[in-house]
Design a binder for this molecule. Sequence first.
Ligand code: ASP
Length: 437
Amino acid sequence: MKAVKFGGTSMSTIESIERVKSIITSDRERRFVVVSAPGKADGYPKVTDMLIAVADKEPELRAEAFLPVMRRFEELCGGLLANKDYLRQDFEQIIEKLPTASADYIISRGEYLCAKLLAAVLGYDFVDACELIKFRDGVFDDDYTQSVCKLALSGYKRAVIPGFYGSDASGDIVTFTRGGSDVSGAIVARAVNASLYENFTDVDGFMTCDPRIAPHATIIDVLTYKELRELAYMGANVLHPDSIFPVRRANIPIHILNTFNPDSEGTKIVPTEAFLNGEYKRKNKRPITAIAGKKDFFSLHIDKSMMNAEVGFARRVLNCFEKLNIPIEHIPSGIDSMTVVFSAVDGKTANELVEAVQKEVNPDHISLSTDLALIAIVGHGMVSRPGTAARAISRLSNADINLRMIDQGASEINIILGVSNDDFERALKALNGEFEV
Ligand code: ASP
């Protein structure tokens, strides 16, 4: 049995929802369906953005601001159910609550209404996500959710479930971060023990490189969970980065498919072990699966003679980051030097950090660079194969690009290169030429 998720573009017009219906009904295994709120279409912005604007209004002005959302759903109901008033009672309930409702409640109504609509179109049951997905103190409660969700969904043969939100112990709605319906889909897939989590979106899958920078980039047919984590972290955002965890635990593959291009084979994201033992094969046998990168990192460089002999040095440096609540990305280091790479922070926090580290470890030299871009070269094929880093570095040097940092984890599935923000696009192009990903 399959769990299926459709993104906002798939749910945005009468025609696209008809397409969704035919995709679902063409495979009897597609029994549990999770949906996003309708995306941009017909001159309307994304429903979620419309609802964020509603939530930002003064309480007495919210009902009026909600009218365009209502109109949009009425148009969809009129075209798909021949009854534009199908959601009337829901609209009335929402409008009544608007003046006192929380932002999360208001913002989640796009998914709620969209799932109700699709359930009626398909003749499936509607199951509200607030009965299935549980948060505690604002944080997703994985274990509790699994037990609640498993039990609740075992009572249904076929159901449509709104993505993006759940509820806390007092029954209040809590949303995931933007794009969170991907996470809801993964949670449902695990709860119903699906054999596959199909994620229908508006692109053909993950690409080997950003096609705006590297025009010869192609779709990756098979990607492992581990490779996906590396790429998602670097901003390859086809899928919400947190959506891997629930399915990875249950070894359920994810299949990224394009609602609007039925001929595309998409990208299958598979358990790493299953790929390594040959259960899944990639057509392309190149050592590099993909190259991705992101700008705007900072790096704090610290020099101190005899640093290696000073027990607790690294801990004291890292404590300064922890106190300022700055997550750390990479820590390349030498005998007498240590560099800590982190995502850009505001100027005040950066100054506080430098002062704190200065005071804590009294370095010989400390400097902060603020324009670092990171590029990840990712692929299981690199493991135990000599030469990839050498080829990457010589490519950069041939293109006259200064390499500011290099970091390779012991897993050998990624090499991280740091270059100046200004060199980022040129570096990606140069590397793409070398590896022809
Ligand atoms: N509708 C939400 C958003 O626009 C959640 C989602 O689409 O996954 O972010």
